[in-house]
Design a protein around this ligand. Structure first.
Ligand SMILES: [Zn+2]
Length: 143
């Protein structure tokens, strides 16, 4: 009989759940930070290491000594302090972020002071040069 000869129609499978675009995935991981990025197990919100697999979840905030040395370097060796700024601002920690902004502010203040002081120095240098030139002119009126 012809009843068994019918071909099975290929049914197009509907894709029920499209994969999340990467942007929404990133937002999901940001809004729920209490998942280990390595083993995807729930972790305590303030943990530094995953209790399941031991992966580092966030870096420790800089100690007081590290912050002070970063501030000193930022003020007295301005360009090198920016290395601390980048290092601190990369960390996902409010203490480190605050320290990073303070190093940036100290660097800017130090640069402004340096420019201001060097302008003062150049101005006084110009004045002394002008004075000595005037003296030379007074000594040699025919010049
Ligand atoms: Zn883990």
């Amino acid at each position: 009989m012809d009843a068994n000869t019918q071909q099975p129609q290929p049914i197009p499978q509907p894709t029920p759940a499209a994969p999340l675009p990467p942007s929404s995935q990133a937002q999901a991981s940001l809004s729920s930070p209490a998942l280990c990025p390595v083993c995807h197990q729930p972790v305590p919100p303030n943990a530094y290491f995953c209790p399941n697999c031991g992966a580092p979840l966030r870096t420790k905030p800089p100690s007081i000594g590290q912050q002070l040395s970063a501030y000193l370097v930022s003020f007295f060796l301005p360009p090198f302090g920016l290395a601390y700024s980048f290092k601190f601002l990369r960390q996902n920690d409010p203490i480190a972020k605050r320290a990073g902004w303070i190093t940036i502010i100290l660097t800017v203040v130090s640069l402004i002071l340096t420019v201001w002081l060097s302008e003062l120095f150049i101005n006084s240098l110009n004045q002394s040069i002008n004075q000595s030139l005037n003296q030379v002119n007074l000594l040699n009126p025919t010049f």
